[in-house]
Design a protein around this ligand. Sequence first.
Ligand code: ME8
Length: 520
Amino acid sequence: MTFYLTTAIAYPNGTPHIGHAYEYVAADIIARFKRLDGEQVFFLTGTDEHGLKMQQTAQREGITSRELADRNAAKFRHLQDVLGSTYDRFIRTTDTDHYAASQELWRRMEAAGDIYLDSYSGWYSVRDEAYFAEDETEVRDGVRVAVSSGAEVTWTEEESYFFRLSRYAEPLLKLYEERPEFFGPEGRRNEIASFVRSGLNDLSISRTTFDWGVPVPGDEKHVMYVWVDALTNYLTGAGFPGEASSGDRFGQVWPPNAQIIGKDIARFHAVYWPAFLMSAGITLPERIHAHGFLFNAGEKMSKSVGNVVDPYDLIDAFGLDALRFFLLREISYGQDGSYSEESIITRKNTDLANEYGNLAQRSLSMVAKNCGGQVPTPGSLTAEDEELLALARGVLPEARRHVDVQNLHLYVGACWKVLSEANRYFSAQEPWKLKKTDAARMETVLWVTLEVVRIITLLIQPVMPESTGKILDQLGVPAGEAAAAAGARNVHAANEGAPAITPVHVGGAAEGAGDPEAGR
Ligand code: ME8
């Protein structure tokens, strides 16, 4: 079975920002964690290229919608590459197979009796690409806007196909109740459930006033509402419409095991998406997780405020691994979060340089100087040794539990709890003193410390692929070694015949800060 993971597909009407980077990094960490844990992963991401917003932006720039999509999709893809994202397919909703999949989903919903022709009149927000009921809008400074986003809405009247969403209120409520893990975190699921409980109107799913979209099968003066085609990308990526029964690719990949989205698009994913799938008779995803929004020093990023942060600037300033680590360590994955240069620097200095880098450096350089550059052989273990090792070996099952419900901050937090214990242990054991009094015990203490460094380094490879690779090199452990190795094997066995150990630096540890002889 494949572990199928998706991100939202971004609108390429502008350039990517740090909010996009946040989503990509988190999804990539899940993909890497699962691969490390021995699973076959298919990781899908891409761009959402149709709709009025794209068409209007292109018109303003004097280029075609296709040119705009080509230019900006490349930027989103480039950002993912620079972030080290290990996606398997970058889907574009202008890809040929995506047209076929969207039309097939439409036909199935139609065959189920869930699509009918009528006329739509109401408020539409181009920025949100969403319809709003009168009471979801208000007038601000003489302009009618959507209350939830503040985006301008315009009165729209046209012939439209409708999806019988009203039929699905009960089945959806039953879904949230019977399978609460379907949508997380819990607070957002409760908001969605109360929205559904208040009643669902049928949904307008086609447009006739512009043509930048997937044609409706059998009635080509309509294009599909952009969210119908956008949500279908998850099916296209899995090979829909293959025949699930015949063991083809769709049968192996579907359904998604984790779908990562931001909180602003929860309603589309927790209401429309499962309703479309139920209508078409397709198995529902196992889990959808809505993360929070990232703010710049507490302020919402906006072009008019001029505080939209370019992720490339942050990578240049702090390094990729430190940025990936910061985003997941600092913010509860599900809540909104804030970042500032100061908070990134603080995390880098405390968690990376002090807790991790110095521990690795002090133990490795002691081994280099005092044990002939080979990982030493442990003698009999004390209660403290056993306790610390047990703590480190317990992280893998704990991390698995957290990653399965996207509590990524708790997974990283569990690793750092062990590192801070290991630092306490190292200082208390004072191996630099044992050197003169009890060399055998010193070797055991160094072995225990390196074993903990090895286990934690293996487990945080998904978060910081580059720096962990360097430390594993020092330890003579092959980078990418499976997470299972973080449970049982010992570093001595892994290090048989390995090259000499030399000290390493992580997260910009200050020169000399890790002098093993100095103690703490
Ligand atoms: O919503 N912090 O595209 P998009 C965190 N095309 N996440 C953020 C964010 C921020 N400041 N700003 C945006 C769309 N995001 C649709 C999706 S899926 C079938 C179609 C997240 O480019 C946002 O929540 O506006 C979404 O998950 C993703 O970035 C793309 O946003």
